[in-house]
Write a protein that binds this ligand. Sequence first.
Ligand SMILES: Cc1cc2nc3c(=O)[nH]c(=O)nc-3n(C[C@H](O)[C@H](O)[C@H](O)COP(=O)(O)OP(=O)(O)OC[C@H]3O[C@@H](n4cnc5c(N)ncnc54)[C@H](O)[C@@H]3O)c2cc1C
Length: 406
Amino acid sequence: MTSPSLLALAHEVATTWRPRADAHDEAGAFPEADMADLRASGLLGLLVPTHLGGMGGGFEDYVGVAMTLARGNGASALLFNMHASVTGALAMVPDEVACALGVPASFLATRDQILSRAASGAMYGVAISERAAGSRLSALETTYTRDGSGYRIRGHKSTCSGAGHLDGYLVAARDATAADAGPPVVSYFVVPAEAIGSIDQGWDPLGMRATASNGFELDCWVDQSALVGVEEVALLLAEVMPEWLVASYAAVYVGVAQAALAAAVEHVAATSVREPTCDGAPRLVSLGTSPWVRQRLGRADAQVEAARLTLEEAARQVDANRGDPQTSRWVYRAKLLAGDTAFAAAASLTEACGLGALLRGGELERLLRDTRSGAVMPPSSDVAANVLGASVLGVDPSGGLGARPW
Ligand SMILES: Cc1cc2nc3c(=O)[nH]c(=O)nc-3n(C[C@H](O)[C@H](O)[C@H](O)COP(=O)(O)OP(=O)(O)OC[C@H]3O[C@@H](n4cnc5c(N)ncnc54)[C@H](O)[C@@H]3O)c2cc1C
């Protein structure tokens, strides 16, 4: 369970975010003020070990904090999610496992430097997605080649939350020299801000607008210590640590769904309608007296709580049994339910509230748009359900039935 003091800290930050959320959404730009609050709170160091100046949190802590932050502003919480995915994945591979995999000491030093900087306020993002490949790691076209004492990385990333505003980026690229016929060799690099190329400025989506998720060019040289661990680690991590690629988004979308329910309750409680009567003049009644409205609130409440409980179970399993196939199933269940529930609940709640909840500038209207991205973010709901279906059939999703998600 996330400690009450961490939840209180996240709640304090979310409370400062909420009044600014509509303006950030309208601008569709990087939410500087929200990120300054996050930095000041120390939460950028949530997953950084205490000996490196952080809070030493685990995945359950992340889930509690991210859900709470998302109730203030989903887009800002999504930026926190990307940063947490980088710092969490780096912090949670035990040194013994890293050494057994042949990770050089130079990388362990770089990793500790990245984590210490995060605890002091540096912010990181993730640059996997590409136009035709989406986030399918094995289909990426960005390449790296060995070049002197480092690597040259070339390609174009289509979508990266916070592009141009962060201190470093986790970039996925494939080895250009690996044989075309074999499986691709996909590795991660932490690329410093000054090494990324020109940034696209076209981000203007339906929802989660204030994430500034622009693409960028890459044609840079990085030192060998920028390689995360060892080459070919990306697909392995997706399999044994799916939480940072899969369930971390779930926390954001469950939080947004909770915010939509709270906004709908506020709207219903504050709204009266004129109701026709059979035997006299119409009368003014609270919207909450309608059984049709109440049943939508009731269904949304049950759906959102089910998604939250599934996510919290997944988080418990991750902290207790990381890498276990059963844990993976919980992780995929959590992502699937969060993405589908957030949008279904927000759509039903806006229908219950009527046009008043669909006018531009209203909180519920923004939340409805924000929830639309949940099922699209990787793995999409269809892909997550396909992986789960394969595992229900007893088939290894990465090898059988063409269910390979990455
Ligand atoms: C708000 C927001 C922020 C984002 N931030 C980042 C970020 O910081 N970093 C980043 O790297 N990306 C980011 N993304 C991009 C996100 O990861 C992409 O949406 C994702 O990669 C999917 O790509 P796509 O939407 O183009 O569709 P695709 O993945 O190409 O999906 C299109 C269709 O193909 C299906 N499909 C996908 N995979 C498979 C498969 N394996 N087998 C069969 N069918 C499949 C899908 O279900 C879908 O129906 C962000 C997206 C959003 C909406």
